[in-house]
Design a protein around this ligand. Structure first.
Ligand SMILES: *[C@@H]1O[C@H](CO)[C@@H](O)[C@H](O)[C@H]1NC(C)=O
Ligand SMILES: *[C@@H]1O[C@H](CO)[C@@H](O)[C@H](O)[C@H]1NC(C)=O
Ligand SMILES: *[C@@H]1O[C@H](CO)[C@@H](O)[C@H](O)[C@H]1NC(C)=O
Ligand SMILES: *[C@@H]1O[C@H](CO)[C@@H](O)[C@H](O)[C@H]1NC(C)=O
Ligand SMILES: CC(=O)N[C@H]1CO[C@H](CO)[C@@H](O)[C@@H]1O
Length: 432
C-alpha cells in the first residue's frame, strides 16, 4: 500500500518535472484570436504570432490569401468563397454577393427596390431589411448576416486547419461609417459561425495599424481606400495612443470597375474599327472583359501591354484575333476625369477636420486600385509627400485587424486592449 502511494507520488512528481522542463522546449504559443476582414468583394483572415511578433495572413490550399465574398446555394450544399465563384455563372440566381451592403440596414421601401434591380439574385424586403430569396428544389430566404456567417465559417476553418488548433474568438473590422446596428449584425454573423467577437474595429484604423502607426509619433493619418466600386477617405487623429476618426468622405460610385469599364469601351470601339462590327456576343464580351482586366493589372507594372483576344463576332465557326497595344498613358487618359475625382473627398475630410494638407503626417493606401501608379502620383503631388505603400493594399486591413487580435489575445508587450476611440456622432460625406 505504502509502495503504491510512493509510486503514485513519484509518477506525479515525474509529470510535474516533465511539465516544468517541457515548458522550456514547448513550441511557441499559438494564436488564440483571429483577425477577420469581411470585405464587400474579398475576405481575409490573419493571426498575430506571439512568438515571432509577426502577422500571418492565412492562405488556402492554393496559396490564395483572400476569398471572394460569394456564397452559392445548391440543392444539397452551401458553398463559400472560390467554390461559390465557380458556380456564379451556372447558378447566378442562387449565388449571393455584395451582402455586406445590406447587413444590418433598414431601407426605405423604394431604396431597397432600387438596390435589388442590379443583382441577378432576388432581394426581398422583410420589414425594411433585405433578405435573399434562394430557389433550389425548395424556396427560402436567407439574411445578409447568414451570408456573412458562411464566409466567416470558411475562414475560421482555414485558420484552424492551418494552425491545427480550434479557435473561437476573433476581432473583426467594419467600415468606419457602419452604425451600431450594422456593427451588431456583423457580430451576429460571426456568432452564427461559432465565433465570439472580442472587438469590432474600423477598417481605416486597422490599415493604419498595419503600418505600425500605433507605435510611432503621428497625429494625423489620412487613409484612402479605393476598391472595386467605392472610394472611402478617412481622417484619423491619434489621441493618447488611440485612433479617433475625425472625418469621413467618399464616393460610392468610383472604383476599379469604372476604370476597367472605360478601357473596355475603348477596346470594343477598336474592335468595331478594325473588324467592322461591334462585339455583341456574350462569349466575346466575356473574353474582352477578362483581357481588359488582365491588361489593367499589368499596366501597374509595365508601360504597355499587348492584348490578344480571339473573337467570334458573327461567324459561327471561324474566329478572328483582335490584337492591340494598350499603353499606360492611354489608360490614364481614358480615366483622367475619374482619377481626379479622388481629390474631392480628400479635400472634404481636411476641411471637416480643420487641417491643412501639410498637417497630415502619414497617408495610408488601401484597396487594390491604389496600386495604379497615376493614382499614387495624384495623391503624392497633392500632399507633396509619398504615401505609405509598403503593405499589400489588399491585405492592409486584415494585417491591422490581426495586430488588434494579438493585442486582445494578450500577446502584446503593451498593456492595452484597444487602439480606437469610438466616434458615434460622425457622418460621412458622399460624392457621386
Ligand atoms: C432537395 O434535393 C436534395 C438532394 O437531391 C434532397 O436531399 C432533398 O430532400 C430535396 N428537398 C426537397 C424539399 O425536395
Ligand atoms: C417592423 O419594423 C418596425 C420598426 O423598424 C417595428 O416597430 C415592427 O415591430 C416591425 N414589424 C415586424 C412584423 O417585425
Ligand atoms: C447592439 O447591441 C448592443 C449589445 O448587444 C445593444 O445594447 C444595442 O442596443 C444594440 N444596438 C442596436 C442598434 O441594435
Ligand atoms: C498580364 O499578366 C498575367 C499574369 O499576371 C498574364 O497571364 C497575362 O498574359 C499578362 N498579359 C496581358 C496582355 O494581360
Ligand atoms: C513614405 C513612407 O513610407 N512613410 C512612412 C510609412 O510608415 C512608417 C511608420 O511605420 C514611417 O516610418 C514611414 O516614414
Amino acid at each position: 500500500m505504502a509502495g503504491e502511494i510512493a509510486s503514485v507520488g513519484s509518477v506525479i512528481l515525474a509529470l510535474f518535472l516533465a511539465g516544468y522542463l517541457g515548458q522550456q522546449y514547448l513550441p511557441p504559443p499559438v494564436p488564440k484570436v483571429l483577425g477577420l476582414d469581411l470585405g464587400t468583394t474579398f475576405c481575409s483572415v490573419g493571426v498575430f504570432h506571439p512568438g515571432t511578433g509577426e502577422v500571418e495572413v492565412i492562405a488556402d490550399n492554393e496559396g490564395r490569401q483572400s476569398i471572394p465574398s460569394l456564397v452559392s446555394f445548391t440543392a444539397t450544399e452551401v458553398h463559400a468563397g472560390h467554390e461559390a465563384q465557380d458556380l456564379a455563372d451556372s447558378n447566378p440566381q442562387n449565388t449571393i454577393y455584395d451582402a455586406k451592403r445590406f447587413i444590418g440596414k433598414v431601407f426605405e421601401r423604394d431604396a431597397l427596390i432600387q438596390e435589388s434591380g442590379r443583382y441577378p439574385f432576388q432581394v426581398v424586403n422583410n420589414n425594411g431589411s433585405a433578405e435573399f430569396l434562394i430557389t433550389t428544389n425548395r424556396t427560402f430566404a436567407v439574411t445578409p448576416e447568414f451570408i456573412g456567417s458562411r464566409l466567416l465559417l470558411k475562414m475560421k476553418k482555414m485558420a484552424e486547419k492551418h494552425l491545427a488548433v480550434p479557435i473561437d474568438k476573433a476581432v473583426i473590422s467594419v467600415p468606419a461609417e457602419f452604425d451600431e446596428m450594422q456593427r451588431n449584425y456583423t457580430v451576429r454573423a460571426a456568432n452564427l459561425a461559432g465565433l465570439e467577437i472580442l472587438r469590432v474595429i474600423n477598417e481605416p484604423t486597422a490599415a493604419a495599424m498595419a503600418y505600425g502607426l500605433h507605435k510611432v509619433e503621428v497625429f494625423n493619418v489620412l487613409v484612402v481606400d479605393l476598391g472595386g466600386g467605392t472610394l472611402d477617405v478617412s481622417l484619423l487623429n491619434k489621441q493618447g495612443g488611440m485612433f479617433l476618426t475625425r472625418a469621413m468622405a467618399g464616393n460610392n460610385k468610383l472604383g476599379g470597375q469604372d476604370f476597367s469599364q472605360r478601357l473596355f469601351q475603348y477596346v470594343a470601339e477598336r474592335v468595331r474599327q478594325r473588324h467592322g462590327i461591334q462585339p455583341t456576343l456574350k462569349e466575346d464580351i466575356h473574353q474582352l472583359r477578362l483581357a481588359v482586366e488582365a491588361a489593367k493589372l499589368n499596366l501597374t507594372s509595365k508601360p504597355s501591354v499587348e492584348v490578344r483576344v480571339p473573337l467570334h463576332l458573327q461567324t459561327e465557326e471561324e474566329k478572328v484575333v483582335f490584337q492591340e497595344l494598350i499603353t499606360r498613358d492611354l489608360f490614364e487618359d481614358l480615366n483622367a476625369d475619374l482619377f481626379k475625382k479622388i481629390l474631392a473627398p480628400i479635400e472634404t475630410v481636411l476641411a471637416e477636420g480643420r487641417l491643412n494638407k501639410e498637417d497630415v503626417d502619414e497617408i495610408v493606401l488601401v484597396g487594390g486600385s491604389t496600386r495604379i501608379p497615376r493614382i499614387r502620383q495624384i495623391i503624392s503631388e497633392f500632399f507633396g509627400k509619398e504615401p505609405n505603400t509598403s503593405v499589400d493594399p489588399d491585405l492592409a486591413v486584415v494585417t491591422g485587424v490581426a495586430i488588434q487580435a494579438g493585442i486582445m489575445g494578450g500577446s502584446w508587450p503593451l498593456q492595452v486592449s484597444a487602439m480606437e476611440i469610438p466616434n458615434r456622432h460622425l457622418r460621412k460625406t458622399n460624392f457621386s
